[in-house]
Write a protein that binds this ligand. Sequence first.
Ligand SMILES: Cc1cc2nc3c(=O)[nH]c(=O)nc-3n(C[C@H](O)[C@H](O)[C@H](O)COP(=O)(O)OP(=O)(O)OC[C@H]3O[C@@H](n4cnc5c(N)ncnc54)[C@H](O)[C@@H]3O)c2cc1C
Length: 564
Amino acid sequence: MRGREVFDRIPEEVCRELESIVGPEYVSTDPVICQGNTGFGFGHEVYWFQGMIQPPSAIVMPKATQEVARIVKLCNRYGIPFTPTSTHALSMSDPIFRQDVIMIDLQRMKKWEIDEKNMCFIVEPAVIAAMVSAEANKRGLYYIICGGGGVVSAASNQYQHGWGHFNYRATPYGYRRVNGTEWVSPEGDVYRLGSLSVGDDSWYWGEGVGMNFNGVLNGQTAWCGSMGIVTKVSFKLYPFQPEPLEPEGIGPDTAVALPPRVRYYNITFTSHESMLKAIEEIAETDIANIVNVVPPFWRAMSKCRGDREFKADFWEAWNATAPEEATQVNILRVLLIGRTSLKQLEYEERVLMDIVGECGGTVRRTRQSDEATFRYANTPDMWMMTGVFAGTNAGWEGVECVRVQNELFRDRLGALPFKNDWLDQKKTMPWFLMWDRGRTRYTELHCQPDARQIDPEDPGFNPGVVQGLVPWVVSEGPYVCVKTGCTDAFAGLVGSITEVSPAYHHYADWLRTFKKEFDPKGVSGTAWPNQIDAILQQMPMALTEESRQIIKQAEAGPWLGNPE
Ligand SMILES: Cc1cc2nc3c(=O)[nH]c(=O)nc-3n(C[C@H](O)[C@H](O)[C@H](O)COP(=O)(O)OP(=O)(O)OC[C@H]3O[C@@H](n4cnc5c(N)ncnc54)[C@H](O)[C@@H]3O)c2cc1C
């Protein structure tokens, strides 16, 4: 530690106690290091640039569960908020809006074990998803990597979303994959949940005796560090095929070569309707492992392979694309896996070709390598176009519901006079893909402002962009979701849970009841689930009148014509 300024945001005696728990080399209050641990994602850059997001007051790095528990107890004793972070790839672990938060950085906790016979993986928080996937693949098994990238913590992703392309066939939700969990409660007690409740050698089955508390920890976006800390988790792996996925290329242009029993198909269709028909048939015939629709600007984006130089090429090509041309692009990407044999793949391929033929599609030449699905090395590409990757919303629902929601979003975005300020999507449909063997659709509604225009220190700063952007990200998701009955899975992340909750049976009241019960001092996590409320306090106009009205209307019922 340096001079007295390091204790500006945290009492010195707390620092000394932290040092005695983990050793002085694993505590830092250095303002520069703390500033370096302030992250962002999903468009939260805009709040950081405006000076709303604060760095932690201290960072502490425990090595073992007992150390985590002692730190949490210490925080409770002094009433100091803490937030855990596993790899810090996502903004939610930021101690935003407060200056007194201790960040519990779990990167020293990186033990793992794989139980091949019982098809499960046991990890501590710092074990990253790409490694779990690679180790599983070596044993003919697979693990779902999420779009957040191969670098995210496998443990935290079990509880923060846990979604990926493979939700088409394996299992849609993270909680169905969890076997057992070791958990440090918000008050610092250590519990063993699920299969672990019956003993250390029971990592491999899905439940324990009696009620399984794991359900309280899970959810769409779950608790984001505000319901204690998971220090170990065992989750299921799924059968794959025996051949290895060979790495190829040099960073950042890296991929894995697909073995013969794993094959991708890029298929184009002459109309959106014929593509939807093909998707329906694929679901009915119960083939395929991934069924993904590629929006036209994503196709251009995926070519950049982590290279900023690509940016100019992208804009040149995208600016020259007329909206009529963009809306004619209908690309479906399908992954087949011969899990049992090559014959299975060949059979599924024949079925797929029949469907493509019937629906008037064309199979394009497809590189048999992958940079997304299996290791997700290409996530940073999402930032390449503009420097910011902002989400307006995400969620999944029945096919028809998501279609209506997507169309509404497309039309409203297309009608905005200032749509060029965050990557004009040219009236194309937002990204969606199929889950749960075609029963549900997952979608993300993106907007990508130019980082230079939202940074007050940049010569290109344009305050009008910030004033347009914040109401759009805060209000548009709730609006299109409530209006169409779609889930609002980014509530709390980009929109306010407090504001939208009345439209969904006041579920925020339940969240607060649980939170109070398990975290009476309110020290676990700092932002969740109220972080967007803090933004609304500073920018009340960000919640538009239109959104307020639609929420009120849904709360009053009847909802979407439902008379109940
Ligand atoms: C561009 C982008 C795309 C994304 N796409 C997807 C996607 O397709 N699917 C998907 O599932 N997710 C996606 N995510 C979300 C994200 O990658 C995951 O939520 C991931 O789990 C974050 O992992 P992390 O290691 O970075 O976690 P951190 O940033 O370390 O933490 C994430 C949150 O979990 C809490 N936390 C961390 N560790 C623990 C712990 N041990 N116990 C309790 N709480 C903890 C933190 O406080 C924080 O709130 C995306 C994120 C980005 C930025």
